[in-house]
Design a protein. Structure first.
Length: 245
C-alpha cells in the first residue's frame, strides 16, 4: 500500500466508532445502498442455485447487509449466497464483525485491489463497490481486476458521489459539506479531517461519464447509470455494468 492508503485507513479507524451514527444522518443513505444492491442482484444470473458476491469497501457492513436484503427481496434462497465484505480499515471491519451475520458472510481486512489479485479468473458473480472507487489510487487497476474475476454474465455496481462536469452539483456539494457535514463532524466529535477529505475526494473524483468509460474500457457491457431525487440529484450515482455472457 502507499502512504496515502495507510493514512486513509487510519482515519477510517478513528471514525469507526461513530461512523454508523454519522451516515444515519445522511438523507437516503441506506435506501440508496439498497437500490444499488438491488441493481447488482437484478443483473446477476438467476439460473444458478448459488452465487458469490464481493462487497469492496464494506466499511461497517451497511452495504453488505443491503446485499443480503436485496438478495432476499428477489426471492432467492439465503443459503445460496456467499458474501465477502472487504475493507482496508481494521476499525471499520471490527464494527462490522460486531454485528450479527448469517452463515455465508465473511468480513476481511484487506486492500481491495490486493484482495482481487488473489482471486481466480471468473470466480465471482457480482461485485459491489459503494463509496470505494474514488478512494482507490489506481482506479484503472481496480476496475480491470473486477472485470477479470467476474464470471460471464456477472455484474459490477459502483455507487458513489460524483460532481465533476456539473457546476450545479459542485456548488451543492460544497454548500452541503461546508455548511452541514464538516460542522456536524465537529459537534459529533467525529474525525474532522476525514470529513474534509470527503469533500475534496468527491470534488476531485471522476465524472459519471468517466466512470462509465472505465467499465467499458475493461470490456463490461450494458453500462447504465442512475442518480437520485432531491438535492442529491447529480451528486449521488449508481453505475452498473455486466461481464459479457
Amino acid at each position: 500500500m502507499t502512504g496515502r492508503e495507510w493514512v486513509l485507513a487510519d482515519a477510517f479507524d478513528r471514525a469507526a466508532p461513530t461512523y454508523d451514527a454519522m451516515v444515519a444522518l445522511s438523507p437516503g443513505y441506506h435506501d440508496q445502498l439498497r437500490t444499488a444492491a438491488e441493481a447488482l442482484v437484478a443483473r446477476m444470473p438467476s439460473g444458478a442455485g448459488s452465487a458469490r458476491v464481493l462487497d469492496l469497501g464494506c466499511g461497517s457492513g451497511a452495504s453488505t447487509q443491503a446485499l443480503l436484503d436485496a438478495w432476499a427481496a428477489a426471492g432467492r434462497s439465503p443459503a445460496g449466497l456467499s458474501a465477502t465484505g472487504v475493507d482496508a480499515s481494521e476499525g471499520m471491519v471490527a464494527q462490522a464483525r460486531a454485528k450479527a451475520w448469517r452463515p455465508g458472510v465473511e468480513l476481511v481486512v484487506a486492500d481491495a485491489v490486493a484482495y482481487l489479485r488473489e482471486q481466480p479468473d471468473a470466480s465471482v458473480d457480482g461485485v459491489l463497490g459503494a463509496y470505494l472507487l474514488r478512494n482507490v489510487p489506481d482506479r484503472g487497476a481496480l476496475v480491470a481486476e473486477v472485470a477479470r474475476v467476474l464470471r460471464p454474465g456477472g455484474a459490477f455496481v459502483i455507487h458513489d458521489y460524483s460532481v465533476a462536469g456539473s457546476a450545479v452539483a459542485q456548488a451543492i456539494w460544497a454548500a452541503v459539506c461546508h455548511g452541514i457535514i464538516i460542522p456536524l463532524a465537529v459537534v459529533k466529535r467525529s474525525d474532522v479531517p476525514l470529513h474534509r477529505y470527503l469533500y475534496t475526494s468527491v470534488r476531485d473524483f471522476d465524472s459519471v461519464a468517466r466512470i462509465c468509460r472505465r467499465l467499458q474500457e475493461v470490456g463490461l457491457v450494458d453500462v447504465r447509470h442512475r442518480t437520485y431525487p432531491g438535492w442529491q440529484s447529480g451528486v449521488v450515482h449508481t453505475v452498473v455494468g455486466s461481464s459479457p455472457s
